[in-house]
Design a protein. Structure first.
Length: 369
């Protein structure tokens, strides 16, 4: 859903999500956005205003508290935060507080972090996975401890710490981990209530990663079936298949290809324009690139990179593409309609398509058991 001004647009999106029967409203946690100011103009996208900045973001914790009274039965979630900018005890307290403000259990989406939100601000991004592992342990202790507890780790140390704030019955916050590689997938199985990946993958890759999570959960004495398999991924949708593929030629959509990691490009025999070791959005710091560098990178993006990775087509075609992931275990889908970058008309259609696709998928999945 985003956390960018103006506030009335955020309110509108929440009302729309409630009216259309969506289950969860996800906000993001950013200091910066991914769109560089160097190419932030009308050629990039209709939403781009050179007089404004693409890097204006509300604090997600404050915003979720504000939205709690407006959410109704809509679940509130962050997708995702990390324990570099905020201490895990502070994160835990925020979500325990939110559980008292909402009608349903909030979702704490958490990952290892990204360079853009840490490196420019002098924060240590050298060992993010080990920091996340400790943070997950601390957050779990905060959610469950009865009385003072200690913790000794490399990154966090607690001595007789107390977190006596308890959630209302049935509203304990859930932890959803953004993970992709084996170590992070194991952490999801050991600590997560949900899995929230954001990188593109095939149905077979999705099923294999979910298998790693479920195996780790069993080894930790947890119920693998209690972990909700989610996914946040790109959608490029059009009224016709030709119209959908035409979006792939636009600058805004082509730019999104640069946020996919070099490993994704490599499996198609391609080299990432930003380097063979570039990890996509994890490494991307938008203000570190000049306009010339970005223009050169955009020129190097083949039209079919996202066509091979994202959901591309008419709403019915996207629905059929998603079905293969349902068979692979997916149960909570968050579609990012990046075709909305093309024009106002396409933005309206993309959002309408996202609603209709989600509705039909719910019916389809329900009928299939």
């Amino acid at each position: 859903m985003g956390t960018q001004p103006p506030l009335h647009r955020v309110n509108l999106l929440v009302r729309a999500a409630r009216a259309t029967g969506f289950d969860t409203a996800w906000v993001v946690d950013h200091f910066l956005g991914f769109f560089p100011r160097a190419i932030w103009d009308k050629e990039f996208s209709w939403i781009a205003d050179p007089a404004s900045s693409p890097h204006q973001f509300f604090d997600y914790q404050t915003l979720l508290g504000y939205l709690a009274r407006r959410a109704g039965r809509l679940r509130l979630a962050v997708g995702v935060t990390e324990p570099i900018r905020r201490h895990p005890v502070l994160i835990a307290q925020a979500f325990l507080t939110l559980s008292h403000l909402t009608k349903r259990a909030p979702i704490l989406g958490i990952g290892a972090g990204e360079a853009e939100n840490t490196v420019p601000y002098g924060l240590d991004f050298a060992t993010p996975v080990s920091r996340l592992e400790e943070a997950l342990e601390v957050v779990r202790r905060c959610f469950s401890a009865d009385g003072p507890f200690d913790y000794r780790g490399r990154h966090f140390s607690l001595d007789g710490a107390l977190m006596d704030l308890r959630p209302p019955p049935g509203r304990s916050p859930e932890i959803w981990v953004a993970s992709h590689l084996p170590r992070m997938l194991r952490l999801t199985g050991e600590h997560g209530d949900g899995w929230y990946p954001t990188l593109t993958m095939t149905p077979d890759e999705y099923a294999a990663s979910l298998g790693v999570i479920q195996t780790a959960a069993s080894a930790a004495g947890r119920d693998p079936a209690a972990i909700t398999p989610g996914w946040q991924t790109y959608m490029v949708v059009g009224r016709t298949e030709r119209a959908a593929h035409a979006h792939l030629e636009t600058r805004g959509v082509r730019f999104m290809s640069l946020l996919t990691p070099a490993t994704t490009w490599a499996r198609h025999g391609l080299t990432h324009p930003l380097g063979s070791t570039h990890r996509g959005m994890i490494d991307f710091i938008p203000q570190r690139y000049s306009r010339d560098e970005l223009e050169e990178a955009l020129r190097a993006v083949p039209v079919d990179v996202l066509a091979r990775e994202a959901f591309v087509g008419t709403p019915r075609q996207v629905e059929d593409q998603v079905a293969a992931y349902y068979d692979a275990g997916l149960r909570h889908l968050v579609l990012q309609p990046i075709s909305a970058l093309t024009s106002r008309r396409d933005a309206v259609f993309s959002l309408q398509a996202a609603v209709s696709i989600q509705r039909r998928l719910r019916k389809r999945f329900a009928s299939s058991g």
